[in-house]
Ligand binder design. Structure first.
Ligand code: AHG
Ligand code: MN
Ligand code: MN
Length: 332
């Protein structure tokens, strides 16, 4: 079959009139993801698919690939002089880039490997990232300056390491999807503007925590599973992979709602997902594609973070469903 002309990531960035400095930063992130995709694919052969004997700042046992992916991101992003610092799920403190240019004003927050409990089962996993712009260039970037800028996302995205490796990216205008050509080691555009349908009949939540849900979430899910004779008058389907990237990607493909809500168990008041490198970038992507992103009581992107690794309840997806659930929270 004859190959049609393909638009790669570099050409797409140029066509978006994304400024060259931001484009360079995003290219470095994409290069990290290509490298991680390769290492993820080789993990069973290299003996790196299992756990390590270390824990991260969240108290979670790290997988070997969590550490490897984190190292790849840090090494690769250091090569971009416009990046002043990075924040990683796997590292307690902000890491200043020793090779940053004097006028560097970007901070990249990332989850180097999301859904890593799925590694041994060979299910989809990913990398989530958010690019923040500092209020001004600084030679002494601190956690405080990053927290002040956390609502200033100028780009966000994720790589999904599934049967294909995909890159889903926004600079705030649209959400574009790229697929990795593993032979050429380049991402090519496959969809320029994804939109999340406003209505849905599919939800994603970990049902095992039902006893910890708020009355609003309990009512919403109960109404969904009541089916055609319940108050919603239609049949809902449920999916939960345990990888946020995979569950959120499904929203872009066929709509739906994804919830990791506040839980009444000890330590669960803010849910589980971390704001800077999980909740906020996904909220930016979903809202840019016409969907909604709420904690239940406020927009995810309105939160002014106080800590690098703070958590936030997350309700993402088809706009009407997110609104319905937000209304239930306000009414309860
Ligand atoms: P990570 O692997 O980066 O720690 O993130 C895992 C997250 C997210 O991907 C997923 O939605 C959620 O944890 C699943 O949590 P439960 O096991 O509590 O369902
Ligand atoms: Mn994660
Ligand atoms: Mn992770």
């Amino acid at each position: 079959m004859e190959k049609t002309e393909r638009e790669d990531l570099a050409a797409w960035l140029k066509s978006q009139a994304a400024d060259v400095v931001l484009s360079d930063c995003l290219q470095h992130i994409a290069t990290s993801c290509i490298r991680i995709a390769h290492l993820v694919a080789r993990a069973p052969l290299e003996g790196t698919a299992g756990s390590s004997d270390t824990t991260n700042i969240q108290g979670e046992t790290q997988k070997q690939l969590d550490i490897i992916s984190n190292d790849v991101m840090i090494e690769q992003l250091r090569l971009c002089p416009h990046i002043a610092a990075v924040v990683s799920e796997e590292v307690p403190d902000l890491i200043a880039n020793p090779d940053a240019a004097e006028n560097a004003s970007f901070v990249v927050c990332f989850d180097p490997l999301d859904g890593s409990s799925n590694i041994e089962t060979n299910a989809a996993i990913g990398t989530i990232f958010s690019v923040l712009e500092l209020d001004g260039p600084t030679t002494d970037v601190t956690a405080e300056s990053v927290l002040q800028s956390a609502s200033n996302q100028i780009a966000a995205g994720y790589a999904l390491y599934g049967p294909s490796t995909l890159l889903v990216l926004t600079t705030g205008k649209s959400v574009a999807v790229f697929a990795l050509d593993p032979d050429e080691k380049r991402f090519f555009l496959i969809e320029a503007k994804v939109q999340i349908p406003e209505q849905t009949s599919e939800f994603a939540i970990n049902m095992a925590y039902q006893r910890f849900w708020s009355p609003a979430v309990a009512t919403y899910i109960e109404d969904c599973i009541s089916g055609e004779t319940g108050p919603r008058g239609k049949i809902f389907n449920m999916r939960w992979t345990g990888s946020m990237v995979a569950d959120v990607h499904r929203l872009f493909v066929r709509g739906g709602i994804f919830l990791y809500p506040a839980l009444s168990r000890p330590g669960g008041a803010q849910g589980k997902l971390r704001l800077l490198y999980e909740a906020a970038p996904m909220a930016f992507l979903v809202e840019t594609a016409g969907g909604g992103a709420s904690t239940g009581t406020r927009p995810v992107r309105s939160i002014e973070p106080e800590k690098l690794h703070q958590r936030a309840p997350v309700i993402l997806g088809s706009k009407e469903e997110v609104e319905l659930l937000t209304n239930l929270h306000h009414a309860s």
